[in-house]
Design a protein around this ligand. Structure first.
Ligand code: NI
Length: 224
């Protein structure tokens, strides 16, 4: 019995993750929320990454290909720092009025820009302006992409005010929610330290979209 006890203790100790290991979060058991940022990388993205690191929060970035070409190192840094990256198309035009080939081309160019910058091919995409339909989803499926929309949108680009953006995010927060913001809006980035502290106080674990679902998302399927 003593040996068994010692063995159990040793296993427990060896099974304890080192302090530096990433936190394993099970969103089926704890309260999770996914903060998502569209349209970057931009001039305020580096500051946001610094804030997220300091607050130990993970986020998901839906990147616009033409801006990834301008700031490839930021895209790489997102992944290195434990965030998730998705495709927000290359040119950021509304997809639904376009021809099939144009839609396919712009999403594929977005994939290539992110692959070139990070070495990773995204498995998630978010349609600009949320404009999507059966055709867009079929193309996403062909490109092995899941569509990710949101449960709450801040309209931070219209609010352009740190206090209003903070209040909006807090009002939209709910368990397993996906909040849409833009790291291109400086007031959004300024609001993040306070927003994250408040959300943590409310018991939220700030996770990436794949962490939220606890699995790889299915291509051609729209989430949430
Ligand atoms: Ni956008």
């Amino acid at each position: 019995m003593l040996i068994h006890g010692l063995l159990a203790a040793a296993l427990t100790l060896s099974g304890t993750p080192a302090a530096a290991a990433p936190e394993k979060i099970d969103c089926a058991k704890v309260k999770c929320l996914a903060l998502t940022f569209d349209d970057g990388p931009g001039p305020h993205t580096a500051k946001l990454l610094k804030i997220l690191k300091k607050e130990r929060a993970k986020a998901t970035f839906f990147l616009t290909g033409k801006y990834v070409d301008q700031r490839p190192r930021l895209a790489k840094r997102m992944l290195a720092e434990g965030h998730a990256v998705g495709n927000h198309t290359y040119s950021h035009f509304s997809l639904t009025p376009r021809l099939y080939d144009e839609i396919h081309h712009d999403i594929r160019l977005g994939q290539e820009a992110i692959k070139k910058a990070t070495g990773i091919t995204p498995t998630m995409f978010r349609p600009p302006y949320g404009h999507t339909d059966e055709r867009v989803l079929r193309i996403a499926d062909q490109l092995d992409l899941a569509e990710v929309k949101w449960t709450g949108t801040t309209h931070d680009w219209a609010l352009k005010d740190k206090k209003k953006i903070t209040a909006k995010v807090l009002s939209l927060a709910k368990r397993d929610g996906i909040i849409l913001m833009h790291d291109t809006v400086p007031q959004t980035v300024q609001a993040m330290p306070g927003v994250i502290k408040q959300l943590k106080k409310q018991g939220y674990h700030l996770v990436t979209v794949p962490q939220l679902y606890g699995k790889k998302l299915k291509s051609g399927v729209s989430y949430p």
